[in-house]
Design a protein around this ligand. Structure first.
Ligand code: DMJ
Length: 590
């Protein structure tokens, strides 16, 4: 479990370098993101109200000048996020429509700072934080740095240098993985390993983060020591033993075993050690061997047999990021590993054929589920988690390039149909927010497909909570970058305004989850998920980033917890070590 110095420093092309240079050069650090500067020149307010020559004498002009000046100053204070982290009353009514993208970014950054400052003051270092009662607790005996590590790169992206320094200091002084504790393999990989790797990347390769990351990766590796190579749901970080799930008859979730690959392959690239790569890609080979003919996979897989378990198929919980990582594995290594592209394309074809449906009366496109296998009916249930899909489809159609550029090279029927579906689903995900009383989406919605329905979706009471999830704003960010259609920024802003109105604590010390999005005022649920800081606010912030060279989608891949990694060249050390077992038509029926 020892960490040696990286043997192979990645040969990132200048394209990826430019991202780091932007983040950390004089033009890319805090001052670059300083909304104070941006607002002073960027606010379009009053631009349509020129001062005209009217009667009234000099004193009238002086009074007007003072009032005008004070008004501008007031607006400037309202929208400048860097001035202080004190709570401030913000009106999100009609006037906010006038705000520039820069000003909006400032307000999103302010929401981040309120959340982080509250956490830092009342719960610094704790894994679970309850912002209403201002209490928290650890998961592992000495803590996992769950929130600190997960949100570190958001601070870097927002240019919060002082906060980054304090967070790094906490990590380096307090965080140890040498703990006799069982962690969830997937969550620890995407949040902690992913967070450390992207901090390493965005800090211009600060080895302190890499050293922690490799220590953690080594402690996670025993999770893959099952008979099949499919990882166990959990792993003990000290005793180096994988632990089978205590529920679900020992099965691991399909999304969980197939959403570790970006992280482990990047560790291989950074260290030059093939072991991480091999363990991660082996899982994909095992999945492919047992894949049913329609290429939609059940949400459980047994780590000992390597066989799928059960007949539940969905793109929501336990299924979601399997489909996301099929595409992103292909993108991460520069479109070289065609096997993942094929698996992704097959899966999307099957999703369109089997699970995509229209609601009544307004014809919203949604993705349903199979509760009992492909022969059974499609359940019209859609988790908010599925809202990663519009962005993912757009990413797959364009490889992350702007749409007009992607369309210039060969633009196939499949690409066009993926893009169309992306737009339709994006609208549906937005509607999941609009239909509720708070304007915030529930965890799950049920769509109506019967003639005569008066509403497109129903939200059951038990599904009406909100955990500050990121998927819709994640997709909005991707859709904006790819299409440049301003509607996606507008929708993202409305969603932010709703969070600002209903999830924010009145004393300005943070944001929290809700018991029901259909209750006014909503009862607060006393928990802030780490992905609020790591994903939701990061994607919202990037949605209003004016400079497209900040984390460009054609050059970076975001892991499923919104941690950006650079795309990289596999040569000379790595290659795809397996081939697909059979073409789709000759596969078994589920
Ligand atoms: C995050 O941990 C990740 O985005 C994961 O893929 C799904 N669940 C949460 C956010 O909702």
């Amino acid at each position: 479990m020892s960490f040696g110095l990286p043997q192979n420093v990645p040969d990132f092309a200048s394209t990826a370098r430019s991202v780091e240079d932007y983040m950390w050069s004089g033009s890319g650090n805090t001052s670059r993101h300083n909304s104070r500067r941006g607002n002073s020149s960027g606010l379009p307010l009053y631009k349509d109200k020129p001062i005209t020559n009217q009667p009234g004498g000099r004193s009238k002009w002086i009074v007007f000048g003072i009032v005008f000046g004070l008004t501008l100053f007031g607006l400037y204070k309202y929208t400048s996020a860097d001035e202080s982290s004190e709570p401030r009353k913000l009106w999100f009514g009609g006037s906010s429509k006038q705000l520039s993208a820069k000003a909006r970014q400032g307000l999103i950054k302010e929401a981040f700072l309120e959340s982080w400052n509250g956490y830092e003051k009342y719960g610094m270092g704790l894994d679970i934080y309850a912002p209403v009662s201002k209490t928290g607790r650890n998961m592992a005996p000495e803590g996992m740095g769950w929130i600190v590590v997960d949100c570190l790169d958001t601070m870097m992206i927002m240019g919060l240098d002082e906060e980054v320094k304090r967070a790094k200091n906490w990590i380096m002084s307090n965080l140890t993985y040498d703990q006799d504790y069982e962690v969830n393999t997937f969550e620890t990989t995407i949040r902690m390993l992913g967070g450390l790797l992207s901090a390493h990347y965005l800090s211009n390769y600060d080895d302190a983060y890499l050293e922690k990351a490799v220590d953690l990766a080594n402690r996670l590796l025993p999770a893959f020591d099952s008979s099949s190579g499919v990882p166990y749901a959990s792993v003990n970080l000290k005793t180096a033993t994988g632990v089978q799930s205590h529920d679900d008859m020992g099965a691991s979730s399909t999304a969980e075993v197939a959403s570790l690959q970006l992280e482990f392959k990047y560790v291989s690239k950074l260290t030059g050690e093939a072991l991480y790569w091999e363990k991660a890609e082996k899982v994909m080979e095992v999945i492919d061997r047992d894949m049913p003919d329609n290429t939609l996979v059940p949400i459980f897989i047994n780590p000992e047999t390597g066989k799928f378990q059960g007949r539940n198929i969905r793109l929501g919980s336990r299924g979601d990021s399997y489909y996301e990582y099929l595409l992103k594995q292909f993108l991460q290594t520069g479109n070289r590993e065609l096997v993942y592209r094929q698996m992704y394309d097959d899966a999307m074809t099957a999703v369109k054929k089997n699970l995509v449906q229209k609601s009544k009366p307004n014809g919203f496109t949604f993705v349903g589920e199979f509760d009992s296998g492909p022969e059974g009916p499609v359940s019209p249930k859609m988790d908010h988690l599925v809202c990663f899909l519009p962005g993912n489809l757009a990413l797959g159609a364009t490889d992350g390039y702007p749409l007009h550029i992607a369309q210039r090279s060969s633009w196939t029927v499949t690409q066009a149909s993926d893009m169309k579906l992306a737009k339709e689903l994006m609208k549906t995900c937005y509607e999941m927010y609009k239909v509720t009383k708070t304007g915030i989406a529930p965890e799950i919605a049920y769509f109506n497909t019967a003639d005569g329905s008066t509403e497109d979706m129903n939200i059951k009471w038990q599904d009406s909570h909100n955990l500050q999830r990121p998927e819709t704003v994640e997709s909005l960010f991707v859709m904006w970058r790819i299409t440049k259609d301003p509607i996606y920024r507008q929708w993202g802003w409305e969603i932010f305004e709703a969070f600002r109105k209903y999830s924010r604590l009145e004393d300005g010390t943070g944001y929290t989850s809700l018991e029901s999005v259909n209750e006014i005022p909503p009862r607060l649920r006393d928990n802030m998920e780490s992905f609020w800081l790591a994903e939701t606010l990061k994607y919202l912030y990037l949605l209003f980033e004016e400079d497209d060279s900040v984390l460009p989608l054609e050059k970076v891949v975001f892991n499923t917890e919104a941690h950006p990694f650079p795309k990289f060249n596999m040569d000379p050390l790595f290659k795809t070590g397996w081939k697909r077992s059979k073409p789709a038509p000759t596969r078994k029926k589920l």
